[in-house]
Design a protein around this ligand. Structure first.
Ligand SMILES: [Zn+2]
Length: 200
């Protein structure tokens, strides 16, 4: 990767006019412009998902005219990614905690589980009659995006196969940008929690 024009050390993160800058140098430029510094924050954070599996996130904070943007991103294909934004003068420590809390909530529910047919063949099944995920670009096939669910990338064919058991069911599909949060209505949750209770 190209190195930052300013520090010559870190990888380029953003194009600032003609200049290519790393995130830290970009934030220093923003500080000069808006008078708000990016306070120090951890490089990464480790959070357990809804299955109890350890997930490693890279954290980034970007200062901008429009506010402070923070992201927690798993550096894997289809990996979890969470974003948060607030105004420039918001409490940055609290913003980080809110991002972590958003990640925890976003990983709490497992939507897809592996099941096995009597003949031993594995298949993916939708666990609680609902799915949420993120539309990702597909580097091997530009015609169709991938759907990242529970930190894993699925092709539309794989998603289609998961829907085979739902013929004649209705479906609702709603798009939310990455700064919004997927929240299910309370009355939809009982099915999920009942399944949890059965396992106890
Ligand atoms: Zn730099």
């Amino acid at each position: 990767m190209t190195k930052c024009k300013e520090c010559q050390q870190d990888d380029v993160y953003i194009h600032f006019g003609e200049e290519k800058l790393c995130l830290a140098c970009y934030n220093v430029r923003m500080e000069k412009q808006f008078g708000v510094a990016a306070t120090s924050y951890p490089e990464g954070v480790v959070i357990r998902d809804g299955k109890g599996e350890v997930r490693h996130f890279l954290l980034r904070k970007r200062m901008d005219l429009l506010g402070i943007f923070m992201e927690a991103k798993e550096m894997t294909e289809g990996g979890y990614e969470f974003n948060i934004q607030d105004d420039l003068y918001s409490d940055q420590g609290e913003l980080l905690l809110r991002l972590i809390a958003k990640a925890e909530r976003g990983m709490a529910e497992i939507y897809v589980e592996r099941r096995t047919f009597p003949n031993g063949q594995n298949y993916n099944s939708i666990r609680n009659d609902r799915l949420a995920g993120r539309i990702d670009s597909n580097l091997t096939d530009e015609r169709l995006p991938l759907l990242a669910i529970n930190g894993k990338a699925y092709t539309w064919e794989e998603v289609g196969r998961m829907l085979m058991g739902y013929k004649r069911f209705q479906v609702k599909l709603e798009m939310l940008d990455s700064y919004e949060e997927i929240v299910w209505e309370e009355n939809e949750v009982h099915h999920f929690w009942n399944q949890e209770e059965e396992k106890v």
